[in-house]
Design a protein. Structure first.
Length: 165
């Protein structure tokens, strides 16, 4: 196996900008990741970042519907037994590990390894409107879907406000 570090770099022109050359692309990426908070869901930092593993943080979509929120996370190459979902103090945490599996001979030289392996964790502070006892999740074809139902009281209090010209 090669000892060369493998980094993910964007091919767009932003990676060559003045700011990225001055601060470093990883610092800028972290700044913008921390800056965006996905209201009403705010990102909780675990403080445990292992840059050697460089596992890609699972990408998520959060959609608000009339009666619920739906959080969808892409977790390709994993099985449900590899994923842990926990809730503590209004913080929903998705964690797991993608293990490296190899069939090749130990003496083979790997020339390119772009897939990521290692542990991951994403945490989200839930809005008070979520009925925490009714949260459910399912996992199919590498996609984790978490349904976060809104409380009945929250659904009753929702209303549309007209804007006049």
């Amino acid at each position: 196996m090669s000892n060369l570090p493998i980094t993910n770099r964007s091919s767009d022109s932003k990676s060559n900008s003045f700011l990225s050359s001055f601060f470093g692309q990883k610092a800028l990426d972290n700044f913008f990741q921390d800056f965006s908070s996905h209201f009403p869901f705010s990102k909780e930092s675990s403080g445990l970042i292992d840059t050697k593993l460089d596992f890609v943080t699972p990408k998520v979509d959060i959609v608000e519907r009339k009666k619920s929120y739906e959080l969808t996370a892409e977790l390709p190459g994993l099985e449900s037994k590899d994923i842990k979902l926990s809730l503590s103090d209004d913080i929903l945490t998705i964690s797991g590990e993608k293990k490296y599996e190899s069939d090749e001979d130990k003496e083979d030289n790997i020339h390119v390894m772009e897939r990521s392996y290692g542990s991951f964790q994403r945490s989200f502070r839930l809005p008070v409107s979520v009925e925490q006892d009714a949260i459910n999740a399912n996992f199919k074809k590498g996609v984790l879907k978490i349904l976060l139902p809104k409380s009945a009281k929250t659904q009753e209090l929702q209303r549309k406000i007209e804007i006049t010209d």
